[in-house]
Design a protein. Structure first.
Length: 176
C-alpha cells in the first residue's frame, strides 16, 4: 500500500481543522447592532430546529436501511452505511451552523466595510460546509479503504451510499 493511502485520513482531519478555524474566524467578526443580532439568533434557532427535525425523520430511514443492509448484504456494509450517514449529517450541521452565523456578519461587513469584506465572510461561511463535506468524506472513505481494501472493498460502497442518501434528502428537504 502506498504512503498516500495513509496520508488521506491525515488530510481529512487537517481539512476539518481548517473548517473549524474558518468557523472561529466567522464568530470573531462583528455581528452588528442589537436588532441584527436578535434577528440573526431567531434565524439560527429556526434553522437548527428545522435541521434537528429533519434529522429525526432521516434517522428512521437510516435505521431501516441499516437493518436491510445487515440482513441482505452484511453487517460491515451496514456499519459503513451508518458511518457515511453520520458524516453527512455532521457536515450538514456544521454547514448550517456556520452559514447562519455568517449571514449577519456578512450584512454587517457589507454595511461597515464594503463589498470585499462581506464577500470574504460569506465565502468563509460557505467554505466551512464545503470543507466539512470533503474532509469527512475523505476521512471516512480512506479509513474504510485502509481497513477493508483487500478483504471487502464493497464496504466502501456502503459508506458512500450512506453519505449520498443523507445529502440527497437534505437537499430535497431543505436546500442544504
Amino acid at each position: 500500500m502506498s504512503i498516500y493511502n495513509f496520508l488521506a485520513p491525515v488530510f481529512g482531519i487537517a481539512g476539518l481543522g481548517i473548517a473549524f478555524a474558518l468557523y472561529k474566524y466567522i464568530l470573531n467578526q462583528p455581528a452588528g447592532n442589537a436588532t441584527m443580532v436578535e434577528i440573526a439568533e431567531a434565524i439560527h434557532e429556526g434553522a437548527m430546529v428545522f435541521l434537528k427535525r429533519e434529522y429525526q425523520i432521516l434517522a428512521i430511514f437510516v435505521g431501516i436501511v441499516f437493518l436491510l443492509l445487515t440482513f441482505a448484504i452484511n453487517i460491515l456494509t451496514a456499519v459503513a452505511f451508518l458511518c457515511g450517514a453520520i458524516c453527512s449529517m455532521c457536515a450538514g450541521f456544521f454547514g448550517m451552523n456556520a452559514a447562519t452565523r455568517a449571514n449577519v456578519r456578512t450584512a454587517q461587513a457589507a454595511t461597515s466595510e464594503g463589498q470585499g469584506r462581506a464577500l470574504e465572510i460569506a465565502f468563509s461561511g460557505g467554505a466551512v460546509m464545503g470543507l466539512s463535506v470533503a474532509s469527512l468524506g475523505l476521512l471516512g472513505v480512506s479509513l474504510f479503504f485502509l481497513i477493508f481494501a483487500g478483504s471487502n472493498p464493497a464496504v466502501i460502497n456502503g459508506f458512500a451510499m450512506g453519505a449520498s442518501s443523507i445529502a440527497l434528502f437534505a437537499r430535497v428537504g431543505g436546500g442544504i
